[in-house]
Design a protein around this ligand. Structure first.
Ligand code: PEP
Ligand code: MG
Length: 757
């Protein structure tokens, strides 16, 4: 059974079209189970019905026509129960419902299993037989296993739009919008045109583009093929004396692939259909490689690597000159497999309307940056066919994490309306820009900003920030191709400190590792979030740490508004060691003649061990600051970057709330200032709870300042304490979030949650 299953899956994955894949499944399954009928019904959520999309054994004329309402018949029953149903005589079952056009009268035995992906029923896979009988356990297990594989194929088809196409083939319903779902990365609505970020020499990421001149693309292609042919000839010539005959055969294989007129012509044909040469090359090479990878023969499977290697070589020729540069639209929606801070920074000022990343989640650093820059962002869109989105009209809904491709005029008009409502809300927030963050009963809380990019300094100042609660120094490190020198660092820190003086600025020492690898300092680990990151790296490299803190201290001369903060502390010994180095740097910088005061030093509380040691840590330093992004991920054991578990990541989880209260109490017992600088502090639903816990300040993205201040100014501290007391009696984050949103709604701040809709 396992071999058959594997063969079916191989055959299915080499199918070019979704419909073809479905047909292979029904045919091969009916054969494998020696049963007379096998069919797939897929759920059309818009129409609220299951649609017959492939069958072996039922009336083929009914494909794409037969529709079973959600709650009807055995198909609906399987979907409702979310588990297999195995019956020897279907017609006698109380839920039996006859769909005349499928002509199933002759069948008695019925086994149906739901196709489920990420807890959602996508369809039902059934087998049927004339004679009444129960399918045995092995057959049931086979069908269930196949359904799990089918689920992934359907989910992919949903992402590429192929599912919608199949479901609506004979439907009276209007066209389905092409919409892809991810997780919200940064709030807001972004409307613009797609620009695909790609790695120039990675075939997989090359986007489609409409060429300016088809003949020129074909000439470039021919020249590239000739170039690779010549390179290979020279390479072979050079290696021939030392290379055994079998290895030399590889060059023959390559030359043969290149010489086969077919390959070049296939690419040229795709160019003629309207794609530029790199996009056409990607399409043809990947199709061949996929075909080879799915063959049963190991030798042929390895040829898939050869053809990809050749493809990369041809691509390298095609990418010469300025063809790797991106051309931005006036309203650019940046799309990529992953997007780096540099990609964001390279978009000309004022042109970035939205960001879509196939990987990552709302707490990935690029999402945090996008929030700081106020750019609507969607993360973890997974299966989205990135390279087809170049120059397409797109809408990014950063509130709900949805991407709309080529929206209809009516949908675009609806989103335009939402954008206008947002602008109205922003105008209201502008009115309180220069007012303090004080509750109705006079309790004041500090409202500072998180920054990292030079560009967001002016946004922060414009938003009325009282200072900087977190400056992520890794951002300037990430944007270079080597460590910045001490002097380069000093200039960056000086500009920051001077822009905000006399307001306080908290600079965090280098926090790389995890999802922030430095390109020039590679760290390869199986488990990077539990590995070498933050203070662990800088204590192991005191030369990097000392250079950085000296640069900070020199930068603060004459301003004295700087505080230094240590990330990822898990142990008091790390603090002792860091303090030793800080004192050493201070003495050295003073000895150089720099007139500075010793800056206040703080520790970030972002791992559970630091929560339980908060008092010991607070004793050693001047302030504590909770990094709730990491603290939530470590307390809940939920990777902050993994979209698959994103729904489990919620800082309003009761355990996180209790941990925060403990930190505040411990810090205050030592008489120290306690702040919070994770994304949670900018979440309107969390703000009143943090205030009630006694946090002295919140450090948030500049774009959230207006909203957070608005919340604070609408409540009393007494009411906040009551809300905290109420939520502490609740046992899950969903209830807590609903409770807090209801409180906002009642206070007339519902538009903060509904985000303008
Ligand atoms: C945090 O973990 O909450 C934090 C502020 O640090 P970062 O997001 O940079 O890891
Ligand atoms: Mg952190």
């Amino acid at each position: 059974m396992l071999t058959i299953l594997r063969q079916i899956i191989q055959e299915v994955s080499s199918a070019e079209q979704f419909q073809e894949a479905l047909e292979i499944i029904v045919k091969r399954t009916a054969d494998a189970l020696t049963t007379q009928a096998c069919s797939i019904f897929l759920l059309d959520r818009q129409g609220g019905e299951y649609v017959l999309v492939a069958t072996q054994g039922l009336n083929p004329q009914a494909i794409h026509k037969a529709r079973v309402p959600l709650n009807k018949g055995l198909i609906g029953f399987v979907g409702e129960r979310e588990e297999p149903i195995n019956i020897d005589d279907a017609a006698k079952h109380p839920r039996f419902f006859q769909v005349p056009e499928v002509e199933e009268e002759a069948y008695r035995a019925f086994l149906g299993t739901p196709v489920i992906y990420h807890r959602q029923v996508l369809g039902v896979l059934i087998v049927q037989q004339h004679d009444p009988r129960r399918y045995d356990e092995a057959e049931e297990a086979f069908l269930v296993t196949l359904a799990t594989q089918l689920a992934a194929i359907i989910a992919h088809a949903e992402a590429t739009g192929a599912l919608a196409e199949v479901l609506t083939r004979n439907s009276k319903n209007k066209r389905h919008e092409l919409v892809y779902s991810g997780v919200p990365g940064a709030p807001g609505i972004g409307m613009g045109m797609g620009v695909v970020v790609f790695t120039p020499f990675e075939l997989d990421t090359i986007p489609d583009r409409v060429p300016d001149d088809i003949e020129l693309e074909i000439q470039l292609l021919e020249a590239a093929f000739a170039g690779v042919r010549e390179d290979l000839r020279l390479l072979e010539e050079r290696l021939a004396p030392s290379l055994p005959a079998e290895e030399r055969a590889l060059f023959d294989v390559y030359q043969r692939i290149l010489d086969s007129a077919d390959l070049g012509q296939e690419v040229a044909e795709v160019i003629r259909q309207g794609n530029w040469a790199p996009g056409a090359l990607r399409e043809v090479i990947l199709a061949h490689a996929k075909h080879l990878e799915n063959l049963d023969n190991e030798y042929m499977r390895e040829r898939a690597d050869d053809i990809k290697d050749l493809g990369r070589r041809v691509l390298a020729y095609l990418q010469q000159g300025d063809r790797t540069h991106l051309t931005y639209h006036e309203k650019t929606i940046l799309i990529g497999e992953t997007i780096s801070p540099t990609d964001l920074a390279e978009v000309p000022e004022g042109c970035l309307a939205g960001v879509v990343s196939a990987k990552g989640s709302s707490n990935s650093h690029v999402a945090i940056l996008a929030r700081a820059m106020n750019v609507p962002t969607i993360m973890g869109v997974g299966d989205v066919p990135i390279y087809e989105l170049q120059d397409k009209n797109l809408i990014v809904d950063g509130y709900y994490g949805q991407l709309y491709v080529s929206p209809s005029p009516s949908l675009a008009a609806e989103f335009e309306r939402l954008v206008q409502e947002e602008q109205k809300l922003d105008a209201t927030l502008e009115e309180i820009r220069d007012l303090p963050a004080v509750t109705k009963d006079g309790h004041r809380i500090g409202l500072l900003v998180n920054t990292g990019l030079g560009a967001d300094i002016s946004i922060s100042l414009a938003a009325g920030a009282e200072g900087v609660g977190l400056y992520r120094t890794e951002i300037p490190f990430l944007m270079r191709d080597r460590f910045p020198s001490g002097e380069e660092q000093r200039i960056i820190y000086r500009q920051l400190l001077a822009s905000f003086a006399p307001r306080p600025v908290t600079i965090r020492t280098l926090d790389v590792g995890g999802d922030k690898p430095l390109p020039y300092f590679p760290i390869v680990e199986d488990n990077p979030f539990l590995g070498w990151r933050g203070i662990r790296i800088t204590l192991d490299h005191p030369e990097i740490f000392l250079a950085q803190i000296r640069a900070m201290m020199r930068a603060s001369e004459g301003l004295n508004n700087m505080q230094i903060m240590l990330p990822m502390i898990t142990d008091a010994i790390e603090v002792d060691e860091a303090l030793r180095l800080l004192r050493k740097a201070y003495t050295e910088v003073r000895d150089e003649g720099c007139e500075i005061e010793m800056p206040a030093i703080g520790v970030m509380i972002e791992v559970p061990s630091a929560v339980y040691q908060a008092r010991a840590l607070a004793k050693r330093v001047d302030f504590l600051s909770v990094g709730s992004n990491d603290l939530t991920q470590y307390l809940l054991a939920v990777d902050r970057n993994n979209p698959r578990v994103a729904s489990l990541y919620d800082a309003l989880h009761p355990s996180v709330l209790r941990a925060l209260m403990q930190v505040v109490d411990n810090g205050h017992q030592e008489g120290k200032h306690v702040s919070i600088c994770g994304e949670m502090a900018g979440d309107p639903a969390a703000v009143m709870l943090l205030l009630a816990m006694g946090f002295d300040s919140l450090s948030i993205n500049a774009s959230s300042i207006g909203r957070v201040k608005w919340v604070i100014r609408h409540f009393t501290r007494k009411k906040a304490a009551k809300l905290l007391h109420e939520v502490l009696g609740m046992e899950n984050a969903v209830m807590i979030r609903c409770h807090m949103e209801l409180a906002l709604e009642r206070a007339g701040l519902g538009n903060l949650i509904r985000a303008g809709r």
